[in-house]
Design a protein around this ligand. Structure first.
Ligand SMILES: Cc1cc2nc3c(=O)[nH]c(=O)nc-3n(C[C@H](O)[C@H](O)[C@H](O)COP(=O)(O)OP(=O)(O)OC[C@H]3O[C@@H](n4cnc5c(N)ncnc54)[C@H](O)[C@@H]3O)c2cc1C
Length: 440
């Protein structure tokens, strides 16, 4: 009998199973489709791309591009297959989705070490040495309940209400001030100030902003008290000033007065290179978010590393539950991979699958599980989802996750990204080399 179970043959589960099987261990790979469907998947194939057919940018100066390059070094099944069935898409790696999923399904079904079991897993299996849970954002209800028991109820979220996140380097800090409401805290908030005229203009545009149409489950989410910013605005001109844009308890040290309105930015990581707009979850279309949020003076030239959204998404609070090796803190023989860990998107989900596969093998061999260097995009993502923070909201690969370069500051943004990318690839190369020398 196999010693490892991988649950979910999506992007992450396919990568994990492939890695473990290639290292010579038998894997039971569980997939509930076609018996049990998800609201998004259409086929019974593995690694189905549920929406866009693009795995993001190809250039190493894009977050997804650098991550894919690192994944190639780790012998990624997803990237290899995507390249084989790519279709022209400018700077992005897009694929013929049917051929892509078909090939991954065949590769795994025909692998001598993989035993595919088409059934819904309803309980975490106890008869394996290692279990990898990779059931994705649409994890079945029964298993979600089990995961909730495993992680603690408060550590499994069923939707994400994402507020936009900006690259701190692109914020105009002269248009606001650092400080906490009523002076309580350690000055972790940057308050973007708006005058009455600026607020009125912002408010009018917010009301006019085009929204993504709502689905039924999203209405339920709103009902639970997580209102999009534009819905709050619709309740009256003053409502925002008593909600996410309230100035009460804040004094602008530049004027000694309370501003008319503020938008608070909160540090998303220890370094403060990522700042999120507090309470600004939204269903506005992406171009509308950029247009409207740039009316806030401090964000006039802001680069949004992630835009706001409200989605159904099952994900754990990895910072409370997981080690950076993707093992559970409480049950180290259970690993999580894919979007359920709080990473976002096809490439990031697949990449964490590879890491879970690597560490499943390490556990089986009695070796120490590993963490990729934080200078790599994979390492930066893993660090982000597992480092201490009050609440984790999903994150996609982006350069603000990577530590600053040592030495003199490089002013040119593209050059800076290139240098960070080159450093990441060098460090990933060393990581891969160390992996194979331990395994040999
Ligand atoms: C509607 C929607 C649209 C998205 N669009 C995009 C997009 O355009 N671009 C992008 O980059 N990302 C997108 N994402 C985000 C995300 O990257 C993908 O969902 C990605 O597929 C996640 O990979 P995964 O391996 O974690 O999960 P999945 O690919 O969803 O794989 C999980 C697998 O587990 C199976 N499973 C679930 N529960 C069980 C169970 N109990 N027992 C056995 N099997 C089970 C599922 O059937 C599925 O095959 C979207 C997500 C959703 C929900």
């Amino acid at each position: 009998m196999a010693k490892v179970a991988v649950i979910g043959a999506g992007l992450a589960g396919s990568e994990a199973a492939y890695r473990i099987a290639n290292e010579g261990f038998e894997v039971d790979l569980y997939e509930m489709r076609p018996q049990k469907k998800t609201p998004a998947h259409r086929t019974d194939k593995f690694a189905e791309l549920v929406c866009s057919n693009s795995l993001g940018g190809k250039e190493i100066t894009t977050g997804a591009g650098l991550l894919k390059e690192e994944m190639k070094m780790l012998n990624s099944l997803v990237v290899k297959t995507a390249e084989e069935f790519s279709v022209p898409a400018g700077g992005a790696l897009a694929v013929d989705r049917e051929k892509f999923s078909q090939k991954i399904t065949e590769t795994l079904e025909n692998h001598p070490n993989i035993n595919v079991i088409r059934e819904e897993v309803k309980k975490i299996p106890e008869n394996y040495e290692v279990v990898v849970i990779a059931t994705g954002p649409l994890t079945s209800e029964e298993l979600s309940k089990e995961i909730q028991k495993l992680t603690g109820q408060e550590h499994l979220y069923f939707y994400d209400a994402i507020a936009p996140t900006v690259d701190a380097e692109t914020v105009d800090f002269s248009k606001g001030f650092w400080g906490d409401r009523y002076g309580k805290g350690e000055g972790d908030y940057f308050n973007c100030v708006l005058t009455e005229e600026e607020y009125e203009r912002f408010y009018e545009e917010l009301l006019k902003g085009k929204q993504v149409p709502l689905k039924d489950f999203e209405r339920a989410v709103f009902f639970e008290g997580c209102l999009p910013i534009e819905e709050i605005a619709r309740r009256g001109k003053q409502t925002l000033l008593f909600g996410p844009m309230k100035p009460v308890g804040l004094v602008d040290p530049r004027t000694g007065k309370q501003p008319f309105a503020v938008v608070q930015l909160r540090k998303e990581n220890k370094e403060g290179s990522l700042l999120s707009m507090v309470g600004f979850q939204t269903k506005l279309k992406y171009p509308e978010q950029k247009r409207i949020f740039r009316l806030i003076p401090a964000l006039k030239d802001a680069v949004f590393v992630r835009l706001g959204s409200i989605h159904r998404n099952t994900f754990i609070q990895s910072q409370k539950v997981l080690k950076p090796t993707l093992q559970m803190k409480e049950r180290p023989n259970i690993l999580f991979a894919g979007q359920i860990t709080g990473v976002e998107g096809y490439a990031a989900s697949s990449a964490t699958g590879i890491l879970a596969g690597i560490n499943a093998v390490k556990i089986l061999k009695g070796e120490e599980p590993v963490v990729p260097p934080e200078t790599t995009m994979l390492g930066g993502l893993v660090k982000y989802i597992t480092e201490p923070k009050e609440e984790l909201q999903p994150m996609n690969p982006n350069f603000a996750l990577l530590p600053n370069l040592k030495g003199k500051k490089v002013r040119d943004k593209r050059k800076r990204k290139l240098l960070k990318a080159e450093r990441a690839l060098r460090d990933m190369e060393k990581f891969v080399k160390d992996l194979s020398s331990v395994s040999a």
